[in-house]
Design a protein around this ligand. Structure first.
Ligand SMILES: Cc1cc2nc3c(=O)[nH]c(=O)nc-3n(C[C@H](O)[C@H](O)[C@H](O)COP(=O)(O)O)c2cc1C
Length: 371
């Protein structure tokens, strides 16, 4: 297991191993975006479990961009102090913590959709997933969103996060701009792949301006939207190549959208049975196009297969396995190389809005241990 436990650099920071916790909405923040003690405890437990970097669940950059009622906010200065407490706790447990910045566009959880008076996206349409009316963003509105990303990134840095990640995947606003199916604009933000990527590049530049060149800025992007007419791998590779030239510090390659699932294609959270590393081919394609580190996500469970993937990719990220086994990396490092126990039953998705992120099997095991 040489590769998994090799150090690597992302921008200016060094990571102790090549296993990453992919962003996972925890549903454990207050309605004004502050982390609860339960969230701090969960992330600290993960850090103690040995994972090389934790990408916290989405943090909304503005109230308009909020996807889930109890996700973390980076939309106002009031969150900086409580988030500082969270970052310190994670770092004291030897963790590296990144914030994931999100504007959801017209994609949001049912609770939030019910509360939003207007939904915005690149173009006016009926949202193919929620069937709700979407209004096109004006140019001034686009500029305000870009500005909000910069301010949110500055708050993340001030709070003590080690890095930020732009969420440009899974059918949210930036992904909607990148996708021909949603973006029918005929201004500088629509048309060619480069034009559809313009919002993303401007968001990146704004964030870079806000946090400086020494601070890691990553992206999570969908290399395939999961249906014909959405983002395709060759387009994603072109976007990745531009970001690489601009100076992005790492690219996490995902795929799938709720729209893909509706169209009979696939979503970004694939249920069992799944193929190990389902989106690896897309990560490999992007790795061939860029210089920066590339992270592959989706369905990684077997350390032997992860080790093989690391022959050609920089890091592997996982979400669901860490919900069931927060100490998974320490288990593998200790020599128990049986695959992650997660069965991808996806019950964790229901728990977020009911009681906050958890795994029914993890809770059962913990109860048994206490007996
Ligand atoms: C409960 C849950 C919450 C998630 N929240 C996020 C999120 O906040 N941001 C994100 O980019 N992806 C999110 N995802 C997707 C995961 O990061 C990951 O891409 C996906 O689950 C596939 O990886 P896995 O097979 O290791 O679970 C979430 C997935 C789950 C199961």
């Amino acid at each position: 297991m040489d590769r998994m436990f090799q150090t690597w650099s992302m921008g200016q920071i060094e990571l102790s191993n090549r296993l990453v916790r992919s962003a996972t909405v925890e549903g454990l923040s207050t309605e004004d975006g502050r982390p609860t003690q339960k969230l701090i405890d969960k992330l600290t437990e993960l850090a103690a479990g040995g994972v090389g970097m934790i990408i916290a669940g989405t943090a909304y950059i503005s109230p308009e961009g909020q996807a889930d009622k109890t996700s973390t906010g980076l939309h106002g200065d009031h969150v900086i102090q409580p988030l500082r407490r969270m970052c310190r706790a994670v770092q004291q447990a030897n963790g590296i913590l990144a914030a994931q910045l999100l504007h959801c566009g017209s994609t949001a959880g049912a609770q939030m959709l019910g509360q939003k008076e207007v939904l915005f996206g690149p173009s006016a349409m009926v949202d193919p997933v929620s069937k709700l009316r979407v209004e096109a963003l004006s140019r001034d509105h686009v500029l305000k969103i870009i500005n909000d990303y910069g301010k949110a990134a500055a708050r993340a840095k001030k709070a003590g996060f080690n890095a930020v990640q732009i969420h440009a995947a899974h059918g949210y606003l930036i992904n909607q701009f990148l996708s021909r199916s949603r973006n029918h604009r005929n201004d500088q933000y629509g048309g060619s792949v480069q034009n559809r990527g313009r919002l993303l590049y401007q968001v990146y530049e704004e964030i870079r301006g806000a946090v400086g060149h020494d601070y890691p800025v990553m992206i999570k992007m969908s290399a395939h939207d999961g249906f014909t007419g959405g983002v395709m791998p060759e387009e994603a590779a072109e976007t990745a190549s531009t970001l690489d030239a601009l100076g992005i510090d790492a690219i996490e390659v995902s795929a799938g959208t709720p729209e893909g699932a509706c169209a009979g294609g696939w979503d970004h959270i694939i249920p069992a049975p799944f193929t190990e590393g389902s989106f690896f081919e897309y990560a490999a394609l992007i790795k061939d196009t860029v210089q920066c580190p590339v992270i592959t996500v989706e369905g990684w469970r077997d350390p032997l297969k992860i080790e093989r993937a690391l022959e050609s990719i920089d890091a592997v990220s996982m979400s669901r396995p860490f919900i069931r086994e927060p100490d998974l990396v320490n288990r593998w490092a200790g020599g128990d190389l049986s695959p992650a126990k997660c069965t991808s039953c996806n019950t964790c998705l229901d728990l977020i809005s009911e009681s906050g992120l958890g795994c029914i099997f993890h809770e059962k095991t913990e109860k048994l241990k206490k007996r």
